[in-house]
Design a protein around this ligand. Structure first.
Ligand SMILES: Cc1ncc(C[n+]2csc(CCOP(=O)(O)OP(=O)(O)O)c2C)c(N)n1
Ligand SMILES: [Mg+2]
Length: 606
């Protein structure tokens, strides 16, 4: 094919197809019409239209999250491009490789007049807007630039700490011509633009600022620390990747080391894996995870997990005070956040988790005093005692609903979850099976994520998908019900309708004297009848009333067994809460409602 010319938009689509992207998400417009035409004409690609560009952007995030590979979303210029922004930011904070393509004014329509607010109809400087939340953003000004730009963009998205990139495509560029050179057709390979990924595998030594080869050193340091630590804990974040997480779990199993994850990495272990000691959380983490990592451990091995305040609480220096902390992270800036005051007894290695594990597992077997199983047994006691405390908390009845639902639904490939109390109930109590992935909007925490992310996840795994959402969050991208209906996607939507923005309402109860401004009926917020809305879209639906006495009624049964699209709305009183919760000024291992003092003291003394 070399030497032959190709239309630029055809080239872009074919290039991405050869990288494994067959499903494209987006919305039409004059300025992106050439690209959409190319997607539709390419026999190997499928075009999926959303109903709001935010839906396409979140669908691409869900696809990248569920598949662990690159996704693509597109939009027209101006309002279309701006509508992508929340999804771009989401991909940036959660390290999701997504190529965003935006249409733009013809290059010859740019006037060159400085200070002109708008160069033409629907012109927006999307590069500046997206600049701070992309790894690479470029506007194509000459057709021949597209070859190196696409190569650079793709590799930036998938290499190092992954993330979104944006290519802004003026209309005349889309319909222009290119002459692809040799090598561009190879799957997984670049096309020879000479793009060099940033090599960042260096140690960051806070004391000296010295940079040396880090992966090998990290492995040596971990090996040495494991030999003496009596209470090691492995913490896994999304940055460990699936392969990294699997290798870590194998080592943890052999050495009898408990594993604690971030919320994003919750599904690296099945809920009933004996090594699963829950999700860490500054506000709503599992009690036992927070106590084991935050108060009991003497060695924390943290892999691809940011240890930001959302995870370890705002009293940063109080976290794991008695533990040595060894962190492996591909993002050197993450490691500059010190946990211990003055960075004492703490080391950060800027390296890829897999390279560290490569060194760690070569040669002699790892050894740890924890291998005798005593520490794991202590952790087991902490877990069961604190689970019992939670199970006896009456306000946690929605957790029982989520648990009941997870036991009923046995065929899900992925579960996309929105943002609010229902997210907390889900990561605390959804009993995920091995291989069932839980997808969240982590760093960005964007309401409206779950429905489009569930759609993207379906194309990624081609298995039934569950969407767990709240009445507030669901309303934000409710238009994508038509996408589900149009393509008859096997997505079960479970709406936790507490007729309020529950998470904020809880805050108002505690800190704003029960003035529920903007969150409940009395403060000017109401929610729709979602089952009626689903019916209007032609999606089978039902409305079930639930309360603390009957959190999982039989009535909910019929639709849950249905394979195709369905919506079940669980209507509950607006006074719902998420517990346990860390209150201001408290350490993360003493959450409310407080555990009985004797239980708490006994566990801390173990
Ligand atoms: C786009 C966006 N706007 C606002 C917020 C702030 N926020 C976080 S949780 C929440 C309430 C969510 O309400 P709902 O979806 O009904 O869930 P619930 O807490 O009631 O389970 C709000 C407003 C957000 N995270 N994202
Ligand atoms: Mg709600």
């Amino acid at each position: 094919m070399y030497g032959e010319s190709m239309k630029v938009s055809d080239y872009i689509v074919e290039y991405l197809r050869r990288k494994g992207i067959e499903d494209f998400f987006g919305y039409q417009g004059t300025m992106i019409a050439h690209l959409v035409d190319s997607i539709a004409r390419n026999p190997g690609t499928r075009n999926h239209s959303c109903y709001h560009e935010q839906g396409a952007a979140f669908a691409a995030c869900g696809y990248a999250q569920a598949k662990g590979s690159c996704a693509c979303a597109y939009a027209t210029s101006g309002p279309g491009a701006v509508n992508l922004l929340s999804g771009i930011a989401n991909a940036y904070y959660d390290s999701l490789p997504v190529v965003f393509l935006t249409g733009q004014l013809n290059t010859y329509e740019y006037s060159g007049i400085e200070g002109l607010r708008q160069q033409g109809f629907q012109e927006t400087d999307i590069l500046s807007m997206a600049g701070s939340v992309t790894k690479y953003a470029v506007q194509i000004r000459k057709a021949e630039e597209v070859i190196p730009a696409l190569d650079t963009a793709y590799r930036a998205a998938v290499e190092g700490r992954k993330g979104p990139v944006l290519i802004d495509l003026p209309m005349d560029m889309q319909r222009g011509e290119v002459f692809p050179g040799p090598g561009w057709e190879l799957p997984g390979e670049g096309c020879g633009s000479g793009f060099q990924p940033e090599k960042d595998e260096y140690i960051v030594t806070r004391q000296s600022g010295k940079r040396t080869d880090s992966a090998r050193e990290a492995a040596a340091e971990i090996r040495k620390s494991l030999r003496s630590a009596l209470r090691p804990v492995i913490m896994i974040g999304a940055g460990a990747g699936r392969e990294g997480a699997d290798l870590l779990l194998r080592a943890a199993s052999r050495l009898k080391i408990p594993v604690i994850t971030s919320v994003l990495a919750k599904s690296v272990l099945a809920f009933d894996d004996p090594l699963n000691f829950g999700c860490i959380g500054g506000a709503y983490g599992h009690r036992y995870a927070n106590m084991i990592a935050g108060a009991k451990s003497d060695l924390i091995l943290a892999f691809g997990i940011s240890l930001c305040t959302r995870q370890i609480g705002t009293k940063v220096h109080e976290f794991a005070k008695n533990a040595r902390i060894i962190r492996v992270d591909l993002d050197s800036a993450n490691l500059l956040r010190q946990i211990h005051a003055g960075g004492e007894n703490e080391r950060g290695f800027c390296a890829d988790v897999l390279s560290v594990l490569g060194f760690l597992f070569e040669g002699e077997d790892l050894v740890s005093p924890a291998q005798d199983g005593k520490w794991l047994e202590i952790c087991g006691r902490i877990r069961s005692a604190l689970r019992m405390v939670d199970d006896q908390t009456p306000d946690r009845w929605p957790n029982r609903l989520i648990r009941g639902l997870s036991r009923r639904i046995t065929d899900a490939g992925a579960v996309a979850v929105d943002v609010g109390q229902h997210m907390v109930w889900t990561y605390q109590s959804y009993e995920n099976r091995a291989g069932e992935q839980l997808l969240f909007s982590g760093g960005h925490g964007a309401m409206g994520y779950a429905l489009p992310a569930a759609i993207g996840a379906y194309y990624a795994c081609r298995k039934p998908v569950v969407c767990i959402t709240g009445d507030g969050a669901f309303s934000m991208n409710i238009q994508e019900l038509q996408w589900i209906r149009r393509e008859n996607l096997p997505i079960r939507i479970l709406v936790m309708n507490n007729q309020s923005l529950g998470m904020i309402r809880h805050l108002q109860r505690d800190y704003f004297d029960d003035l529920y401004a903007g969150t409940s009926l009395e403060g000017g917020f109401t929610s729709a009848d979602f089952s009626a809305i689903a019916a209007a879209y032609g999606i089978p639906s039902e409305r079930v009333y639930v309360d603390s006495s009957d959190p999982m009624p039989e009535q909910a049964a019929s639709l849950l067994d249905r394979k195709g699209p369905s919506l079940t709305e669980f209507v509950m009183d607006s006074g719902t809460y998420a517990y346990p919760k860390t209150c201001l000024g408290e350490p993360v291992y003493n959450q409310q409602p407080y555990a009985p003092e004797e239980v708490y003291k006994e566990l801390l003394a173990l």
